[in-house]
Design a protein around this ligand. Structure first.
Ligand SMILES: Cc1cc2nc3c(=O)[nH]c(=O)nc-3n(C[C@H](O)[C@H](O)[C@H](O)COP(=O)(O)OP(=O)(O)OC[C@H]3O[C@@H](n4cnc5c(N)ncnc54)[C@H](O)[C@@H]3O)c2cc1C
Length: 379
């Protein structure tokens, strides 16, 4: 019996949407299944920051550049609010400065465009910011509207013939002759290959098939202010993302982006994820707001209008899982891409090139789900 689809993509976050679009554009029969609705999880709860400074040299930076090119091509047509005015990582202590001095020198030697700013020099890029020891400025960084990115990807996927079913939760999988069956709340669908892009939910979905991925998830909380005249040029991000130096093990970070409409999205309070809880913790929000105001005292009277949280993935080595699984050879994983808005369109294109045309780059190995077993064997 012929499979109904060439590919079933499970999960309509930015990664699943990008893969669906690229496969459909190659004239493949593609079904996208989503438990809630597109962009309802991490892909609809984030800041849309486009980061470069924290990306690994080589493949990852190439994919970031490819992603930015894809955004530039459709930004006007889809109103993506794609801006690359530079991003600042804040440095709060002398220790941060010392770490940043070493890292910036290393990265510049590898070709990164980075500038280390001391004291008030940060105000030449972010004139309203105060009380910092310094900052790492990356002129290539920027922001985008994540909702509009999700919308663009879905629209082009549908235009190219993909079928999208929302409110359809995949409960499990079965190997069938020549493919895989997805058992869902709305029935069973078959395809030659299933692509899992289920973000934080992936570990539990895979466990019954003996696939044990060392991954977890955190709950990240953010808030948005009323509209305000322009006070932020680009994304401003806690230096901990760059230096890895987290004060007192606390996970309340200072960061924000000002959107085109003047609202400021402030983030991010990170706590260990538990039971996919997305509750709002007022204590964390207060700490985050105080941290923000300590650097933007001029905004002391600004109103917070909403707060929310979302679950986002973590892995032991900070690398994603991208490639076929061993236990289910017709199951392809595309999960745990960090800061996926700087990568997803490139992940989509390269996944389709790999699956449809067999175009494979040896550097993909480092993201292979098979590395898990290999590391254990070597140990
Ligand atoms: C507060 C916060 C701020 C962030 N800020 C940024 C930022 O500024 N820039 C950036 O690039 N990244 C940021 N991120 C991270 C970014 O949001 C993620 O990297 C990205 O959204 C991951 O996309 P994804 O498609 O892998 O996962 P998700 O968006 O989580 O999508 C997975 C989808 O799978 C669906 N699903 C799960 N199980 C099933 C099932 N059984 N059946 C069907 N569907 C299923 C889910 O409902 C979900 O829609 C932030 C995250 C948070 C929480």
């Amino acid at each position: 019996m012929q499979n109904e689809y060439d590919y079933i993509v499970v999960g309509a976050g930015v990664v699943g949407l990008a893969i669906t679009r690229s496969l459909a554009m190659k004239n493949k029969r593609v079904l996208l299944l989503e438990r809630q609705d597109f962009g309802a999880a991490a892909s609809g709860t984030n800041l849309g920051q486009l980061s470069v400074a924290d990306r690994a040299a080589g493949l990852e930076i190439e994919m970031v550049k490819e992603t930015f090119k894809a955004y530039a091509e459709v930004a006007a047509e889809y109103g993506l609010e794609y801006e690359r005015k530079g991003g600042l990582c804040t440095l709060e202590t002398e220790e941060d400065i010392a770490i940043a001095e070493r890292l910036v020198a290393e990265k510049r030697a590898k070709g990164y465009n980075l500038e280390l700013l001391y004291g008030d020099q940060v105000r030449k890029v972010e004139p309203w910011i105060e009380n910092l020891k310094g900052g790492v400025y990356s002129p290539d960084e920027g922001r985008i509207n994540p909702f509009k990115v999700n919308h663009w990807l879905l629209q082009e996927a549908l235009d190219a013939g993909a079928i999208y079913l929302s409110h359809t939760e995949v409960l499990g999988f079965e190997e069938i002759e020549g493919g895989m069956a997805c058992l869902s709340t709305e029935g069973t669908y078959t395809a030659g290959t299933v692509i899992l892009a289920t973000g934080s939910w992936s570990k539990e979905l895979l466990k019954p098939y003996g696939i044990e991925l060392p991954m977890g998830y955190i709950r990240g909380t953010a808030m948005v202010t009323q509209a305000f005249p322009k006070v932020m040029n680009g994304p401003v991000e806690d230096g901990a993302f760059f230096t890895g130096n987290v004060p007192d093990g606390d996970t309340i970070y200072f960061g924000g982006v000002q959107e085109e409409n003047g609202t400021i999205v402030i983030a991010q309070a990170n706590r260990a994820g538990e039971d996919y809880n997305t509750a709002i913790d007022n204590e964390d929000l207060t700490k985050m707001a105080k941290l923000f105001l300590s650097h933007y005292p001029a905004l002391k009277d600004i109103q917070i209008v909403r707060a929310w949280s979302g679950n986002t993935t973590t892995t032991e080595d900070d690398e994603p899982f991208w490639g076929f699984s061993e236990e289910l050879p017709r199951m392809f994983l595309a999960i745990a891409f960090k800061g996926a808005f700087s990568l997803a369109p490139a992940v989509g294109r390269r996944t389709a090139d790999w699956l449809v045309d067999g175009s494979y780059d040896e550097r993909y190995e480092k993201w292979s789900p098979l590395r898990v077993g290999r590391c254990e064997e070597e140990a």
